[in-house]
Design a protein. Structure first.
Length: 144
């Protein structure tokens, strides 16, 4: 029973990260879905950075690593690597997302000080809670 729950969580998280990878690759190909409100903004609502195609493609590729880690952790994917690697990887994904949720003490996360931009509002409602939930699900995968 617990293995079924663990596997279901791993599959859901894998689907989420595949979707994130596809969105980033689409941005790399020039699609404009989401606009500037997906990027941290200064007090005037201007994006702090403008990622190019290479950065979008790289982020899309990076989003696929958790997929492999989650599927290897529950035995769906059986790579030729030591058994401890997927376990450490899941903890790593949880740590990265928890750090993202905590934030940079200025523009993103729970510690952000700039709160009046559209990105900041979305970060409070969606992005930071998403990171916390996924980090918690990673912990659940590890503990089951």
């Amino acid at each position: 029973m617990l293995f079924a729950v663990q596997s279901a969580i791993a599959l859901v998280l894998s689907a989420v990260f595949i979707a994130l990878a596809v969105v980033h690759i689409a941005w790399g190909l020039g699609y404009k879905w989401g606009g500037i409100n997906l990027l941290p903004q200064d007090l005037h609502g201007m994006p702090l950075f403008n990622p190019g195609a290479a950065a979008c493609f790289a982020t899309g590729l990076i989003c696929m690593f958790p997929v492999a880690i989650f599927l290897a952790r529950v035995g769906i994917l059986v790579p030729d690597i030591p058994a401890w690697v997927p376990s450490v990887g899941v903890w790593g994904v949880a740590a990265v997302l928890l750090l993202r949720a905590i934030g940079d003490f200025r523009y993103a996360g729970l510690t952000k000080r700039i709160r009046m931009t559209e990105f900041a509002r979305r970060d409070t409602r969606f992005y930071t809670p998403f990171c916390i939930i996924v980090a918690l699900l990673c912990v659940i995968i590890q503990l089951l």
